[in-house]
Design a protein around this ligand. Structure first.
Ligand SMILES: [Fe+2]
Ligand SMILES: [Fe+2]
Length: 286
């Protein structure tokens, strides 16, 4: 008997984990127990996921000890995992201890996975020690090749990168992906079927589009920021919650991006108020 899991991709994306060496805490927010909660939450709710991707800013200061904390905590998940680099990471430090890292032919930490008719492309937009970085000619050429190959195989593309490529009309735009037009040109020229782009870095959940492609961002495991939009002055507020990750579910036609909070100060309403929300039915898949 067929199951929804036969054709439906379930992809978990966590970003901005910002781990520190054991015993260190920044701004009163201990990211390690939060990350542990995230993994427990995935184990509890998404054991049927195909892949978990950690989309950069794995550590806060790129200490080897913090990468060890990362490996220790994520070992509690049996799901396939992939690790990407962010601006707070250091590729060389990570690679010294990494288990089964993604590596392209130029030693960048990027790669792809083909799952259920999709190609999940995970780009390396990191430049150690640089807040705003982008994709060099080598990484762009790798991306172009990857897209061309996927198009020839009729795969739908889900593109993940750490730096948000689209302008959010927030101060974070001053350090979003550098020279985003270069990546956009590669995407357009490939004519590949790009159904979703997802990034972290900005510590805020947004949805929208970039150059015509659906593009979302997620807040992560550290603080999140409020929408501090163009024209605002004064303090931008930061919040300790929610901490969340994305769950992308796609059957190649319907691609949904959910934002799953695992640290959330919202109050759960009394379940008795929603008796019809027990064991609910799902739409029958074609
Ligand atoms: Fe971050
Ligand atoms: Fe970042």
């Amino acid at each position: 008997m067929s199951s929804y899991t036969d054709d439906l991709l379930k992809l978990i994306v966590m970003s901005d984990i910002h781990l520190l060496p054991k015993g260190e805490v920044k701004r009163g927010l201990d990211t390690a127990p939060r990350f542990k909660l995230a993994i427990e939450n995935v184990n509890e709710l998404h054991a049927d996921a195909d892949l978990v991707v950690f989309a950069g800013d794995i550590t806060d200061k790129a200490d080897a000890d913090a990468y060890a904390v990362f490996d220790e905590i994520r070992a509690a998940s049996d799901l396939p995992q992939r690790v990407m680099m962010g601006n707070h990471d250091d590729r060389n430090v990570y690679l010294q201890h990494a288990r089964d890292p993604m590596l392209d032919q130029n030693q960048f930490v990027q790669g792809y996975e083909d799952i259920k008719g999709h190609r999940i492309i995970m780009l390396d937009s990191s430049e150690p020690g640089v807040l705003r970085s982008g994709l060099c000619a080598k990484r762009l050429a790798w991306t172009a090749e990857c897209l061309t190959e996927a198009k020839a195989q009729d795969l739908k593309i889900i593109l993940l990168l750490h730096h948000n490529p689209s302008a959010l009309q927030m101060p974070v735009d001053t350090y979003r992906l550098a020279e985003p037009e270069k990546l956009l040109k590669v995407l357009h020229e490939s004519q590949a079927d790009i159904i979703q782009i997802l990034a972290g870095h900005c510590h805020i959940t947004t949805a929208g589009s970039w150059g015509g492609y659906p593009c979302a961002t997620i807040s992560g495991n550290q603080h999140r920021v409020e929408p501090y939009l163009r024209g605002r002055t004064g303090q931008q507020n930061c919040f300790e919650a929610p901490a969340q990750y994305a769950v992308i579910m796609s059957d190649r036609i319907n691609c949904a991006v959910h934002f799953q909070s695992y640290v959330d100060q919202s109050t759960i309403m009394d379940p008795k108020l929603f008796p019809y929300k027990i064991d609910q039915k799902f739409e029958v898949m074609d």
